[in-house]
Design a protein around this ligand. Structure first.
Ligand code: FES
Length: 144
């Protein structure tokens, strides 16, 4: 199995690993395919994600994609973070082996879950259609 240099880099020294004690939103998701778990913490100020951290029991690809995904949403408005797809993250990493694409879904789903948690904890109205809670919807998110 071939990993790109960027994947190796992010796996070796992942960014934004850890926990935010006073997080504004926390998302926890499991991977339907392998059972691995991802936890994502966000801090939000004026609709901007000012900080984000993750913890995962996932594999190297899950760690690398979360590292990249958290870099990509840090400092961004929530609306932008919601648009982040696992495909964009995989592209930013110069690709993942096909059998590992499912791992990249964890980061995207965990970010969405954390944002949803933020909205709910703060009583903010949101468009529920942005969060499709379908456990078996993973195929639609897959990058080729
Ligand atoms: Fe489970 Fe990669 S094998 S996240």
């Amino acid at each position: 199995m071939e990993y790109s240099e960027k994947v190796m880099e992010h796996f070796a020294t992942p960014h934004n690993v850890g926990k935010i004690e006073d997080a504004d939103g926390i998302g926890e998701v499991g991977n339907a395919k392998c059972g691995d778990i991802m936890k994502m913490y966000i801090k939000v100020e004026n609709d901007i994600i000012t900080d984000v951290k993750f913890n995962t029991y996932g594999c190297a690809s899950a760690i690398a994609t979360s590292s990249m995904a958290t870099d990509m949403i840090k400092g961004q408005p929530i609306s932008e973070a919601l648009k982040l797809t696992n495909k964009a993250v995989v592209e930013a990493l110069d690709g993942l082996p096909a059998v590992k694409i499912h791992c990249s879904v964890l980061a995207e789903e965990a970010i969405k879950a954390a944002i949803k948690d933020y909205y709910e904890k703060h009583g903010i109205e949101y468009d529920k259609s942005l969060f499709v809670e379908d456990c078996c919807n993973y195929e639609h998110h897959h990058a080729e």
